[in-house]
Structures are given as C-alpha cells and as structure tokens.
Design a protein around this ligand. Structure first.
Ligand SMILES: [Zn+2]
Length: 115
C-alpha cells in the first residue's frame, strides 16, 4: 500500500546549453515547471502523509526564479541535469521518487534513481 503525491512549482529562468550546437546554445528563457513525485506508505492521524503547504514553501525556496541558470550552477543547466540536481536536494528532506523538469508544456526530463 502506498500513496504517490505530486507537487508542481513553476519558475522563470534563462539558460543556454554548453557544448551544444543548435538554437539552445544561445541564451534564452523558459517558464520551467518542476514536478516532484513523493511516495509514502503511512498517513498521520489527520490522513495526510506530507504537508503540501510545507513542501511548497520548501520548493519555492529551491527553484532559481528569475536567474541565469548558468551563473547559479556549475553544470550545464539542461532539463536533465536540473531534474537530477533538484532530486538530490529534495532527497535530503523528503521521500522523493522522481523529479520532472518541464521546459515547455510538452517537453521535459524526468530523473529517478535506479531501484
Ligand atoms: Zn532551453
């Protein structure tokens, strides 16, 4: 028995891809959406597992809103690398199983650790 919870957090940011040839090698912006999946097997007395309000506040503090991602991180800020980075941060605090980073409505990357 388990429950999966999903929380989304949008942020606007600019980036460019290093070591890449194509239109994404030039600086451009996205409204990114981070989608975080948590798994829990227990509920507390009020019937919840993780508090959405608390998680949302934590995720708001984690996303690099209105930043140039290449200046914030020491890795090439692709959706794939962002998903892995967010996963590793969130894992320290919450039972995360997957993080997706959407660059647009129809394209994104998901990161999960192999079981
Ligand atoms: Zn991009």
């Amino acid at each position: 028995m388990s429950w999966d919870l999903v929380v989304r957090q949008k942020f606007s940011a600019a980036h460019f891809l290093e070591h890449y040839q194509g239109k994404c090698e030039k600086m451009h912006g996205h409204t990114f959406e981070m989608e975080v999946h948590f798994r829990t097997r227990e509920l507390d007395r009020s019937g919840i597992s993780v508090d959405f309000g608390e998680i949302k506040e934590y995720l708001r503090g984690l996303v690099p809103d209105h930043k140039v991602l290449n200046e914030v991180y020491d890795f090439s800020p692709s959706a794939e690398n962002l998903a892995r980075y967010f996963f590793e941060q969130i894992k320290l605090k919450y039972p995360v199983i997957k993080v997706m980073v959407w660059e647009s409505d129809d394209a994104g990357a998901a990161y999960a650790e192999d079981q």
